[in-house]
Design a protein around this ligand. Structure first.
Ligand code: P6P
Length: 335
């Protein structure tokens, strides 16, 4: 018998008592992010029609100015968050500085959101999956004033919610508020995200490792030896070049995703605040682990700048533990 459909809104509302703070605020915020995701999904799905619709900067046949999709996604999410009234500011991969919302829009704004509105957007032109990543924190600044930088520079362990939307063969929204991880697949026929993956738990290990093998010679020696170990263990290599897609696969099939430091990216390439922390919160809530390649727990790392980078190894707990032990042993041997 078909299980009753549970929409994202219904689920968030039902589970709001899981949340220790004034639940209605977070409920409204998560719902508004879901609305933005539906709007972005529509445009991502039309991206292939750009040649018909026109290119960025042009006006399309409806007279609208065609924007780059990551800018479009950024604008839409900011618009939804501002109108939610529950958010006092946002920081985005697309904006150099954080954006405090005017008091008119954020008088109840007890939350801030950090996001990568369209991660992997360079893949859109070749029809490869892309994603939205978001992290939600309670503000630390006085609620009667504007958002401050300190509201955004909080450790990952302070996240009250995190999620991603994967615009792939189907569009799925996966989020956590610290009480497990659930996935909602967009049903275009009714325009609703419907519960499709309840209480996701990541396998203890998997058959794939995920790293840009092209940078192999640019990784530290111990990381190269670990990658050799993965190959010796007959693990397959899967790397899409879109963090959300690579980590989403690992959530269901197990495995480990690595973005180590390289000479070009000595601190790693991925951003701590709006890529590594939210993805780590989700993976840890699903029973996985997430550490930097110098073996610090991602969610314990100090945040000193909005666009701070970090290396990352994230995925199945047994595989992250194995990588950590391998690196420790190899580094000790090197002295
Ligand atoms: P590289 C996409 O640009 C991104 O930020 C992540 O989504 C992805 O995992 C990574 O960069 C890919 O980087 O250097 O392998 O192309």
């Amino acid at each position: 018998m078909n299980e009753k459909i549970t929409t994202l809104d219904e689920f968030i509302f039902k589970r709001q008592n899981d949340f220790e703070y004034a639940a209605g605020e977070l409920t409204a915020l998560l719902r508004d992010i879901g609305v933005a995701a539906k709007i972005i999904n529509r445009e991502v799905n039309r991206a292939g029609l750009v040649n018909i619709l026109g290119v960025q900067g042009d006006t399309n046949f409806t007279g609208d100015t065609v924007q780059k999709l990551d800018i479009y996604a950024n604008d839409k999410i900011i618009e939804c968050l501002k109108n939610s009234g529950m958010c006092c500011g946002v920081a985005s991969e697309e904006n150099d500085d954080y954006i405090p919302f005017p008091a008119l829009f954020s008088k109840f704004g007890n939350y801030v959101v950090l996001m990568d509105p369209l991660d992997g957007s360079s893949n859109i032109d070749v029809n490869v999956s892309v994603g939205t990543i978001f992290a939600i924190y309670r503000r630390t600044s006085p609620s009667d004033g504007p958002a401050t930088l300190e509201d955004f520079l909080q450790k990952g362990i302070k996240q009250v919610a995190a999620g991603y939307v994967l615009y792939g063969t189907s569009t799925i929204l996966v989020y956590t508020t610290g009480k497990g991880v659930n996935g909602f697949t967009l049903d275009p026929s009714i325009g609703e995200f419907c519960l499709s993956h309840r209480d996701i738990m990541i396998p203890a290990r998997g058959n794939y490792y995920s790293v840009n093998q092209g940078y192999y010679l640019k990784f530290d020696l111990e990381m190269r030896r670990y990658i050799d170990y993965c190959s010796d263990e007959n693990l397959g290599l899967r790397y899409i070049g879109s963090m959300v897609a690579d980590v989403h696969r690992i959530m269901f099939q197990g495995g480990i995703f690595l973005y180590p430091s390289t000479r070009r990216h000595p601190q790693g390439k991925l951003r701590l605040l709006y890529e590594c922390n939210p993805m780590s919160f989700i993976v840890e809530q699903a029973g996985g682990k997430a550490i930097s390649c110098d073996l610090n727990r991602i969610m314990e790392m100090e945040a000193n700048a909005l666009h701070q980078k970090s290396s990352i190894a994230i995925g199945s707990p047994d595989m992250v533990d194995e990588m950590q032990a391998f690196i420790e042993k190899y580094s000790a041997q090197r002295g």
